[in-house]
Design a protein around this ligand. Structure first.
Ligand SMILES: NC(=O)C1=CN([C@@H]2O[C@H](COP(=O)(O)OP(=O)(O)OC[C@H]3O[C@@H](n4cnc5c(N)ncnc54)[C@H](OP(=O)(O)O)[C@@H]3O)[C@@H](O)[C@H]2O)C=CC1
Ligand SMILES: O=C(O)C1=N[C@H](C(=O)O)C[C@H](O)C1
Length: 273
């Protein structure tokens, strides 16, 4: 770690992604863990971040004072809950730092508040921080555009571990959005997220979602483009959370010299058009 290293805060530090981030930041040149935040009342407060993450003692105890931590840092990497991330976006704006948001499951109102915070913070937000999924999104957009003729139906299937609380996943929505973009439509007008009982035949032009939950599955996504007599399937399988952590850290480093604004992982990876 050098003096020039980007000083990072990890929120949700005792969560699945928080611990992965602490481990990967510790291995990343140019990044340094400055503080680790957990929610008020958490049993993890006061514990050492490195000991929690299994990397050995780092001398960074978990605290519940995000503003103090943000004012003394260059960036925050945040995989927590929608309400916490909205609060952190406001604090990142006050501290004028980079805010990487990996959290999923936001409401429209949450999204509006994050956009407002991006007037002062550099916010990079994505439902999936991995290179593979963001590349998949580009391919889905191309396939949906190429197969936009009548008769091709698009369905997104996802599976995650039993602890996941939001559905469809942020990645499934990202892929659905890419498909909608390829077709030149708005996903909000075309998404079918639930089918139950006598749902009737499939409505032409809709984009369907199906959700599976179970075991320890890190994240699996498939987009089906189903035509008459043939189906094209585009898939991604995550087997290790470190891909999300590496992407989150890459996003934070990328954001250092950017103007305030709301960016996506496509911007970070040079895949936006
Ligand atoms: N974009 C991407 O690439 C990825 C996104 N995710 C998303 O990241 C989020 C977190 O996932 P995961 O790590 O599996 O979930 P976890 O539940 O394991 O971790 C979330 C952590 O945030 C903590 N937390 C909740 N509220 C606050 C708060 N106000 N201040 C500080 N910490 C808080 C929780 O504490 P406690 O448990 O005590 O409430 C918990 O430790 C989810 O939305 C998930 O979908 C996950 C992987 C990749
Ligand atoms: O909750 C998770 O675990 C994951 N969440 C993200 C999502 O909602 O798509 C990304 C990844 O698939 C893991």
């Amino acid at each position: 770690m050098t003096d020039a290293a980007m000083k990072l805060v990890v929120t949700g530090a005792s969560g699945r992604m928080g611990k992965t981030l602490i481990r990967i930041i510790n291995e990343t040149e140019g990044a340094a863990l400055r503080a680790a935040i957990e929610r008020e009342g958490s049993d993890a407060l006061g514990k050492d971040a490195g000991e929690l993450a299994g990397t050995g003692h780092l001398g960074v105890p978990l605290t519940d004072d995000p503003l103090k931590a943000f004012l003394d840092a260059d960036g925050v990497i945040d995989f927590t809950t929608p309400s916490a991330s909205v609060e952190f976006a406001g604090l990142a704006a006050q501290a004028r730092i980079v805010h990487v948001i990996g959290t999923t499951g936001f409401s429209e109102d949450d999204e509006t508040q994050i956009k407002a915070a991006a007037r002062h913070a550099r916010i990079i937000k994505s439902g999936n921080m991995s290179l593979g999924v963001n590349l998949l999104g580009v391919l889905v957009e191309q396939a949906a555009a190429a197969l936009s003729a009548k008769g091709w139906d698009i369905e997104v299937l996802e599976m995650h571990h039993r602890h996941k609380v939001d559905a469809p996943s942020g990645t499934a929505l990202l892929l659905g959005d890419a498909a909608a973009k390829g077709r030149g439509v708005d996903l909000n007008d075309k998404a079918v997220k639930v089918r139950d009982g006598h749902a009737g035949p499939r409505e032409e032009g809709t984009i369907g979602f199906a959700t599976l939950r179970g075991g320890s599955v890190v994240g699996e996504h498939s987009v089906y483009l189903a035509g008459e007599g043939e189906t094209v399937t585009l898939s991604h399988k995550a087997t290790d959370r470190s891909i999300f952590a590496r992407g989150g850290i890459q996003a934070a480093l990328w954001g250092q010299d950017k103007k305030p604004g709301l960016y996506s992982m496509l911007d970070v990876l040079g895949l936006s058009h």
